[in-house]
Design a binder for this molecule. Structure first.
Ligand code: NAD
Length: 426
């Protein structure tokens, strides 16, 4: 992973995602009529581990990084959630992301609780060998609480299948035998699932298609803008274009590009492979990063980081539908503004759940030592995404609430039911 010389990262206003996550839960708890004890159980993380990661740098110096692993809830199964490498990671951010994982797994009915991990590191400024040492030391530090039946990490911002291979190896060495089910999002040759790498993006596009149809727009002939050109945004842009949508703007942390006649996403992919950024692509003009969010498009896919749609820009959004590829891209205040302006928001815990669904398939394949065909993975993914879309949109219509409120309510009810059935020990 390398940085672009001279390029400046564009950082949005940071909002408190944990406050937003807590507020969403409070609304669901009030609507469902749960008592304060139940609310407290749903709010509090089950386990939180903060670890020091002493790192020997390639130049011989030592530095100490901080890592987190938060297991928000394990009432429905082992904890599940990604690992993020970013200089901005905080414990509160990891707590919020872990809580959203709990709701996502419950909403999609995969047999997991929710977790998330993070290391405060900018992976672009470390060598591959340093990243390997960071990953192995972090894995060793959180070893007591992870495992194929305890907590199963996966890639997220700043990590990839190589990171998962190192984690799997470190865990396996500690056990004395290979344990492929301890992580998902592994390379195919180590037991990864066909279709995992693009699963989140495929899911995003299934939901985009359904959401557009619900407002009377067909995907072919529609227009789209995608923020972020990483693991989620890049394939989402591809699949949107493959389905006949004209992707007119794309951005990454270094800037945005725009072409009102549509961007050739495949050619852009080649450019990014060569240069490391969408900036400088000759099939589009340079554009204002913030302006991308405000373009008049049928579908806007934020697929970068949280908090990018906030009270300061929500009024200016002109997309008909927002499909949240990222986790927490829309703040609570922005949600209210978008609803009153008639912008339909397909929430993160629904829209980007494709990754965890195929992670579940990968874990099931690892546990069975059996590989499914790509077409089976893709068909089952689509089936589950569309079933979840139907239940969320029906619930939202019946109760005249947002898709986010409906999705959270359905998920919280499922988790609470698991708590109720299991009872309290002792
Ligand atoms: P990634 O690190 O692969 O890519 C992130 C992309 O966002 C990069 O292109 C980066 O340049 C860009 N970016 C960062 N800051 C930006 C900014 N301020 N403006 C515009 N672009 C910016 O990460 P990813 O795995 O694609 O994850 C993106 C989002 O999707 C995160 O919120 C993540 O939690 C969520 N998500 C990921 C998965 C998955 O399977 N990878 C699953 C569900 C949700």
């Amino acid at each position: 992973m390398s940085s672009i010389p001279g390029a400046v990262a564009v950082l949005p206003e940071r909002t408190s995602v944990l406050e937003d996550a807590h507020a969403q839960l409070a609304v669901a708890v009030a609507d469902l009529g749960y008592d304060s004890g139940t609310h407290a159980m749903l709010k509090q993380s089950r386990r939180e581990l903060t670890v020091s990661i002493p790192l020997r740098r390639d130049d011989g110096s030592t530095e100490v990084l901080t890592g987190y692993r938060v297991q928000h809830n394990i009432s429905r199964g082992p904890a599940k959630g990604g690992l993020r490498y970013s200089p901005h990671v905080t414990l509160d951010e990891v707590r919020a992301l872990a809580m959203w994982m709990t709701w996502k797994c419950a909403l999609l009915d995969v047999p997991y609780g929710g977790a998330k991990g993070g290391v405060t590191v900018d992976p672009r400024t470390y060598s591959t060998l340093e990243l390997e040492r960071i990953t192995r030391r972090y894995t060793s530090e959180i070893l007591p609480i992870i495992g194929p039946h305890q907590d199963i990490p996966a890639p997220d911002v700043g990590t990839d299948e190589q990171t998962m291979a190192w984690m799997m190896d470190t865990y396996s060495v500690s056990q004395g035998h290979t344990v492929p089910g301890v992580v998902t999002g592994k390379p195919l040759s180590l037991g990864g699932s066909l279709g995992r790498a693009s699963a989140t993006s495929r899911g995003v596009v299934h939901i985009a298609r359904a959401a557009l149809l619900s407002v009377g727009i067909d995907m072919p002939g529609s227009t789209a803008a995608v923020q972020g050109f990483g693991k989620v945004g890049r394939d989402a842009a591809h699949f949107l274009a493959d389905d006949g949508s004209q992707v007119i703007a794309v951005s990454d942390q270094f800037g945005a590009i725009h072409n009102p006649s549509g961007i050739d996403i495949r050619a852009l992919g080649h450019h990014v492979d060569r240069t490391g950024s969408v900036v400088g692509f000759d099939g589009a003009d340079e554009f204002d990063s913030d302006g991308l969010l405000e373009l008049e498009v049928d579908v806007l896919v934020p697929a970068a980081i949280e908090g990018v749609i906030h009270s300061g820009n929500a009024e200016r959004l002109r997309a008909r539908v927002v499909v949240e590829g990222a986790n927490g891209p829309t703040s609570r205040d922005a949600d209210t503004i978008l609803r009153s302006n008639g912008v339909l928001v397909a929430p993160d815990i629904l829209a980007n759940a494709g990754g965890v669904i195929v992670s579940y398939f990968e874990w099931a394949q690892a546990n069975q030592s059996y590989r499914w065909e790509a077409r089976d993975v893709e068909a089952r993914l689509e089936e589950r995404m569309l079933a979840a879309w139907r239940s969320v949109s029906d619930h939202a219509h019946t109760h005249d609430i947002t898709l986010r409120a409906a999705a959270t309510r359905l998920a919280v009810a499922r988790v609470t039911e698991a708590h109720r059935l299991r009872g309290l020990y002792p």
